[in-house]
Design a protein around this ligand. Structure first.
Ligand SMILES: [Zn+2]
Length: 388
């Protein structure tokens, strides 16, 4: 890999290499085209090591579907990997190609894959563990029991943040072409498709379950997509966040929801939500929502907190209300293929103007490092790749 620096504007180049192959007692020379791509890479565990560099064309062993990258979403997980807190390089390699929120156009695909050149697609992030555990064997790698799964751009597999990537046909999902580059929202939407599926399955433990009120905590991309899917389910949607102005209140209003900048503890007392989608991972906020739903209410935790926050919590109160009101608190992470397909359907039926408002910054590949800087009014930041 050759470092191009964060501000490089060099174009993709094709280099002609000559390799010499020993065949029996003779040398035979043959010409081989080695394509060099640009990719954003990092040395996991080493903060400040991210850079744009040249990498070879992805190996066919990565998958039979070749995709030209059009855009990639940036999220908190990417920032954690870049800061050195998270991420693992593939076995035997020092660096990891970043990127798990993919979006691209198919360049080549096997005839029996259901894909054709020109299709807009997104690659699935997680791969089942090699054992596999019972969940992975059933295609539910998002529920992996032994933790030996791998993830593109996060855990032991190169990500999608290069100019072209390869992916296995079973791990690529087609996007409604009318969505165009809004397809980059599919991966985060898949997280919420799973969260809502699981919430529904828990809710229907009672034949009388008819949720009416949803509270979403956090108006980032995950929170706003949770709210969008709540509106699609006909719920009275409320979103709580710290920002009093800017993009986020406007997006909630355009959705038909109600935005609340006040502390959740004040809000929840009179709201009595049937469902809470917690999308901040803020420890004090989580403390304030546990045991605070309406009877039979469900709290879905989607964020990942750092350990080490010790708070005073009245566990007796939480236990008492959870038991006496049949409340449920559960966590959810990642998504399997079914969830990606549910999310693709949800995006296809959503208001495209509203979805476009979620992408608050678009950064060209040459300025990729700016995409990793977080601005308070950012919702979703996208790195755009050169078109072909
Ligand atoms: Zn597994």
């Amino acid at each position: 890999m050759r470092d191009l620096g964060s501000g490089s504007v060099s174009r993709r180049r094709e280099l002609l290499a000559v390799s010499y192959v020993w065949i029996g007692r003779c040398f035979a020379a043959r010409r081989q085209v080695v394509t060099i791509l640009r990719a954003i890479t990092v040395t996991p565990g080493k903060g400040g090591s991210a850079r744009l560099e040249e990498v070879p064309e992805p190996s066919p062993s990565d998958g039979a579907v070749l995709v030209h990258t059009l855009a990639l979403g940036v999220c908190g997980t990417d920032r954690e990997i870049v800061s050195g807190c998270y991420g693992t390089a593939p076995h035997g390699e020092a660096r990891l190609i970043l990127g798990h929120e993919s979006f691209g156009r198919v360049v080549a695909a096997p005839p029996d894959s259901g894909l054709a050149p020109g299709d807009l697609v997104v690659g699935i992030v997680r791969r089942p563990d090699p054992v596999p555990c019972a969940a992975c064997a059933a295609g539910e790698w998002d529920m992996c029991r032994n933790g030996r799964y791998t993830e593109r751009g996060i855990k032991a597999r190169h990500g999608y943040r290069s100019e072209r990537f390869r992916v296995e046909p079973d791990f690529v999902v087609k996007i409604d072409p009318a969505l165009k580059d809004l397809g980059v929202l599919l991966e985060p939407a898949s997280i919420l498709a799973k969260a809502w599926e699981q919430t529904g399955r828990i809710g229907h433990r009672s034949r009388s379950w008819r949720p009416q009120t949803l509270l979403v905590t956090g108006a980032g991309p995950i929170g706003l997509l949770a709210a969008m899917m709540g509106v699609e389910r006909g719920l009275d949607v409320h979103v709580c966040d710290r920002h009093e102005g800017g993009t986020k209140p406007a997006l909630v209003g355009e959705l038909g929801g109600t935005y609340h900048p006040e502390p959740v503890a004040d809000l929840i007392a009179h709201l009595a939500p049937d469902v809470i989608m917690e999308c901040t991972a803020a420890p004090a906020l989580i403390r304030d929502i546990l045991g605070r739903t309406a009877p039979t209410g469900i709290v879905c935790l989607t964020g990942v907190s750092h350990s080490g926050h010790v708070l005073d919590v009245d566990v007796s109160r939480i236990n008492r209300t959870l038991v006496l009101d049949n409340q449920v608190v559960f966590g959810t992470v990642n998504a399997n293929r079914r969830h990606y397909e549910l999310a693709a359907d949800a995006l296809a039926h959503a208001d495209r103007k509203w979805l476009a408002g979620l992408i608050t910054r678009r950064v060209p590949l040459e300025h990729w490092s700016e995409a990793l800087e977080h601005s308070p009014d950012d919702v979703k930041v996208v790195v755009e790749f050169p078109q072909i």
